[in-house]
Design a protein around this ligand. Structure first.
Ligand code: MN
Length: 445
């Protein structure tokens, strides 16, 4: 019988370390290896818990027979090839624990253990819990840090209830949450902080096809660790749909593009594929090995101009409803709203000109005053905030927040063509709205 060897992907991150520390409960006689490079965010934790992690250098196992290789947090053979020269002959079994479910398994002859889950560590943790083990507080801290890091502190769309379950269990095991918070300081290096401010200074904001896009171009002496973290922090403070940073790296003589996004309607991985890069819809990068004479930054921006899908507009998420007329009674208006399951509707002339808006609240007022036979015009609100159909969702959102309204009539050539409600906007935030979702007039959902 040979050894059982545990590895994570190259440029080991906190999710790898978290997976490895817990995996020893599943593979008790195993040896975990460290990768040549450590992700910058994992450095502090690694320094603090070196003795616990007890990672062997790949050269320590050179020449020893390996029976089983267990790979964590990747299914891409390129990301584990640094260990291969030390393994000698091919291991009898290769097992892969990986949560990147959209990628294909390319490690030959491997058995895959996979789950759609925010952090790989969560998947390993739930298995350790199922087996009935109880990690110590330090191990729980390391593991929970991995879950925090890979889920963006439970904020990424990939987070599942199981990530919370794993986190709750690790907290019971004694994970130190304030310590994790300290270890997850994003811009821990002075050069990252400097760069963060330089990027902010140079930041350009433009609307591309209705999307808010931030961009900046900087020159650096060479590749630096932690550039992605800088990009993420800039996006966190500046709020936009996407951020693209282009760095000219003097040393290898190449352009590095780092893109981060917050919109479900932009696939940055696909866009940077054009520049020889790739990644996820919300996080991607590319290294463009042209000379500095090629204006990669300008190319990138014009590529976005021509390849970003148009952002959703008010006319894409509006609902078409039956409008009210100024001279109908409040009683009939209230029945009309109830029939359509609406909490308000625009009041329009037969020609479609907007006169006001009537909501259930106006009707309640009339009911209290026993005025249900009064005309709509007596109780409607005449000062109405409206939007043109071409307004982007961002502009619509601004109107909702700024005026604290629930109903927003949409106009085309000063005629009402529909209404966007708070619920329509919420549906968009949840990622439900797609163009053409509009319900026809009078039909209830
Ligand atoms: Mn991961």
């Amino acid at each position: 019988m040979g050894l059982t060897i545990l590895v994570g992907h190259s440029n080991m991150d906190l999710d790898c370390l978290g997976s490895l520390i817990l995996a020893r409960y599943i593979y008790p006689e195993s040896i975990a290896l460290r990768s040549g490079r450590l992700h910058p965010l994992a450095k502090n934790l690694f320094t603090l818990f070196k003795h616990h992690l007890n990672l062997a250098h790949p050269r320590d196992i050179k020449g020893l027979p390996v029976d089983e290789l267990v790979v964590f947090d990747t299914r891409n053979p390129d990301l584990i090839k640094e260990y291969m020269p030390f393994l000698g002959s091919a291991p009898r079994i290769t097992t892969v624990w990986d949560h990147h479910t959209t990628q294909s398994l390319e490690i030959p002859q491997a058995q895959l253990i996979s789950k759609t889950i925010g952090a790989n560590t969560s998947m390993v943790a739930l298995e350790v819990q199922r087996l009935g083990h109880t990690p110590g507080p330090d191990e729980a801290t390391i593991a929970l840090a991995g879950i925090y890091a890979d889920t963006g502190e439970f904020s990424h769309p990939s987070v599942t209830p199981e990530d919370f379950q794993a986190a709750a269990w690790l907290t019971q095991c004694g994970a130190d949450i304030p310590l994790i918070h300290k270890l997850l300081v994003k811009l821990s290096e002075t050069h990252q902080m400097d760069l963060f401010h330089q990027v902010l200074d140079r930041l350009e904001r433009r609307s591309i096809q209705g999307h808010q896009v931030l961009s900046a171009y900087l020159e650096l002496p060479g590749q630096m660790p932690g550039l992605a973290a800088v990009a993420e922090q800039v996006l966190a403070v500046e709020q936009a749909d996407a951020l693209v940073l282009v760095f000219w790296l003097r040393k290898p003589g190449a352009h590095l593009i780092i893109a981060r996004g917050e919109s479900r309607h932009i696939d940055l991985g696909r866009l940077l594929g054009h520049f020889g890069g790739g990644g996820h819809p919300q996080a991607a990068s590319a290294l463009v090995k042209y000379s500095q004479d090629i204006p990669v930054y300008r190319h990138l921006l014009s590529y976005l101009e021509s390849h970003l899908d148009t952002a959703l507009q008010a006319k894409d998420i509006l609902r078409r409803i039956d409008y009210l007329t100024p001279d109908q009674t409040l009683l009939s208006a209230s029945i009309a709203l109830e029939d359509q399951n609406q909490s308000g509707a625009p009041v329009v002339t037969p020609q479609g000109d907007l006169l006001g808006i009537l909501t259930l609240r106006d009707i309640q007022k009339a009911r209290k005053q026993e005025q249900m036979h009064a005309p709509v015009s007596a109780y409607m609100t005449r000062k109405v905030v409206t939007t043109p159909g071409e307004a982007t969702i961002r502009e619509v959102e601004g109107l909702f927040y700024q005026h604290s309204i629930g109903h927003l009539p949409v106009l085309a050539d000063s005629r009402v063509i529909g209404m966007v409600t708070r619920n329509d906007y919420l549906a968009f935030l949840r990622g439900e709205a797609t163009p053409g979702r509009n319900t026809p007039a009078g039909r209830r959902r």
